[in-house]
Design a protein around this ligand. Structure first.
Ligand code: GRF
Length: 197
């Protein structure tokens, strides 16, 4: 399986996935693609010797031309599976339909709670005592596909969105590789990581 990792920023989840795959599946990570030319994750991918590509959404007049450019990069790298890892563009139903069953995403909440942005702030404001991250199949609806795994932690009384995000991110780095391994092995049992106090 030839995996592409799509990023927009620092790419810490991409690094976790690439490191885990390089472990016992030499070089399954065949491409790191960013919509942001200056994304820090591009440098990290190069350091891991993974080919990179930039498809800047600002260079394209609309979502479909943007996604056509992404697909061209994916096709030339003969990609079979997409892992969205901090990729911050909403994909059209056309794109998610084309990649149905072969595109995963990590989202920093216990889905189906808090789809969309500012998840840590929303969990704190709701007074939730638990929070975490989810890896799910990507469908046409935002943050809505079948959940393949979740990591849960306790929200602390003194947590801020920043401190909570700081504690969720390392869990993401454990969750996503574990889910990808099972997915690649055809094992659909959900991954659960319980990091509650
Ligand atoms: C993380 O909060 C992740 O949950 C979300 O994007 C943020 C940055 O991830 N998907 P990364 O460091 O770029 O992997």
């Amino acid at each position: 399986t030839r995996v592409a990792l799509l990023i927009s920023g620092g790419g810490s989840n991409m690094v976790a996935l690439a490191r885990d795959m390089t472990g016992d599946h030499p070089g399954r990570a065949k491409l790191v693609l960013s919509n942001v030319p200056q994304a820090g994750g591009l440098l990290k991918a190069s350091a891991l010797r993974i080919p990179t590509a930039v498809v800047d959404h600002r260079d394209h007049d609309g979502r479909l031309p943007f996604e056509a450019a992404i697909n061209a990069e994916l096709d030339s790298a003969r990609i079979d599976l997409i892992c969205l890892a901090g990729f911050m563009r909403i994909l059209t139903p056309e794109f998610t339909h084309r990649w149905a069953g072969r595109i995963l995403n990590i989202h920093p909440s216990l889905l189906p709670k808090y789809k969309g942005l500012h998840t840590h702030r929303r969990a704190i404001e709701a007074g939730d005592t638990e929070h975490g991250a989810s890896v799910h199949m990507v469908t046409g609806d935002l943050d809505d596909g079948p959940v393949l795994g979740q990591a849960v932690l306790s929200v602390r009384a003194d947590d801020t969105p920043a401190t909570l995000a700081e504690r969720v991110l390392p869990l993401e780095h454990r969750l996503y590789p574990a889910v990808l391994r099972r997915f690649l092995a055809g094992d659909t049992t959900p991954v659960t990581i319980d990091a509650r106090d």
